[in-house]
Design a protein around this ligand. Structure first.
Ligand SMILES: [Zn+2]
Length: 417
């Protein structure tokens, strides 16, 4: 398969196999190799809720990259604290790759509590009610201190049902903010870097190699700087989505993301946007679908050419008593599981499914034991990450169409008694 490298970027990106629009790629960061399609667990406040980092690194999960939220970390503990503690990796104790969002989406989702102007967004902190202000420049500064391998441009999101006019206004603003994000980012990379020598490189690359069985590639020499992704907006309007993509690519980013989906629009609208945008995104850059979705959504988006995903579903739903399984969702609160000796998912080989029964996890949940959330979160993340591993293997062996059909059929076949 052809190898597309971007030597000027702080990422090395290589397409290893394709099947239809689906791609299996190798994305190399200064902190390790990430095989895509990849699912990135969300670590909102510097923690993937309920998960110790050892577990995320264990063969069970082997998460190569996790997310941090700029908005949450900026408000608490605050950027001065994280700076003092040596950046986000050091602060939380994670040597592998990180991606930080820009805070744009979080601030947007505050609804009535925020006011958007050309300059940026003013809002009330959900922590202490104080008046705060976030702009492209401030977001880039905060993300430079956090020090993730991948930072995101500061964007504005339009609601799923936004009219054409409303969506255009929002998209134009996002483009101006993208330009300002890029300018501020480039200045900061020159100012902040290089990082102290020895930071990041060799140990973590050993710790996070390729999928088992994959040949070891020669590690490319990467500049010790962050990468910046641009975000494509335009709500459900396909002409705006195409324009947003074109103009974002003109600014020039290390990778591109589709934002503003999974915000209340119908599922077919989301798939229409992905189908329209993904094949037109630069083939030699990673393609990231933000904040989506269920296992079916992931597979369908991979089939349309997406490489990277993040979503709170496996963690949040786990805490609410829901398990994702190969045969659909399971609600552990259901009385039918009171004496059920089966694991959460008979097809899952995670440490939770190897050891514990549905009956026990249900008992923990009903008793309000924190271990219920921990076990459900662990299994759900294992299920999402294992699904993506199987997707990668399927694309590499030209079996993705077959895999997609079987996986979806099984998902809809219903839970065994
Ligand atoms: Zn499991």
């Amino acid at each position: 398969m052809s190898s597309l490298k971007s030597p000027a970027s702080s990422l090395s990106f290589e397409i290893n196999a394709t099947e239809g629009a689906a791609r299996a790629t190798t994305l190399t960061t200064r902190r390790g190799v990430i095989e895509t399609p990849v699912f990135m667990p969300v670590g909102t406040a510097g923690t993937v809720k309920g998960m110790r980092l050892e577990e995320l690194e264990s063969p069970d999960l082997d998460a190569r990259i996790i997310l941090g939220n700029t908005y949450h970390l900026w408000l608490r503990p605050g950027i001065e604290t994280i700076k003092e503690c040596g950046g986000l990796h050091k602060f939380i104790g994670w040597d592998r790759a990180l991606l930080t969002d820009s805070g744009g989406f979080q601030v947007w989702s505050l609804g009535a509590l925020r006011k958007i102007t050309e300059e940026g967004t003013a809002f009330r902190s959900h922590v202490d009610g104080s008046l705060c202000f976030l702009s492209p420049e401030i977001s880039m500064e905060v993300q430079a201190v956090l020090g993730a391998e991948i930072a995101m441009a500061f964007d504005e999101c339009a609601p799923g049902e936004a009219s054409h006019d409303e969506a255009r206004r929002s998209m134009d603003l996002t483009l101006r903010w993208a330009q300002r994000s890029k300018g501020a980012f480039d200045n900061l990379q020159a100012e902040f870097l290089p990082l102290p020598s020895g930071e990041g490189q060799t140990g973590s690359l050993r710790a996070a190699g390729r999928d088992a069985g994959e040949p070891q590639a020669e590690m490319p020499a990467l500049p010790d700087r962050q990468a910046l992704f641009g975000i494509i907006q335009g709500a459900s309007h396909l002409d705006l989505r195409r324009e947003s993509l074109e103009r974002t690519v003109e600014i020039g980013f290390d990778g591109y993301a589709i934002g503003g989906l999974s915000v209340g629009e119908e599922k077919h609208v989301m798939m229409d946007v992905i189908e329209e945008v993904a094949p037109r995104m630069p083939a030699d850059r990673p393609r990231y679908l933000m904040g989506v979705g269920t296992p079916e959504d992931l597979i369908e988006a991979v089939a349309r050419g997406i490489d990277m995903f993040d979503c709170v579903l496996p963690t949040r739903n786990g805490r609410n008593g829901q398990a994702f399984t190969s045969r659909g969702k399971l609600n552990i609160k259901n009385a039918r599981y009171t004496t059920d000796q089966n694991p959460l998912d008979q097809a899952c080989n995670c440490s939770v499914c190897r050891r514990h029964s549905r009956a026990y996890i249900r008992h923990l949940y009903q008793s309000g034991e924190m271990l219920a959330s921990i076990l459900l979160t662990h299994h759900n993340l294992a299920f999402f990450l294992d699904t993506m591993k199987r997707v990668r293997q399927a694309i590499r062996s030209d079996q993705f169409a077959h895999f997609r059909r079987e996986y979806t059929e099984q998902l809809n076949s219903g839970l065994e008694a």
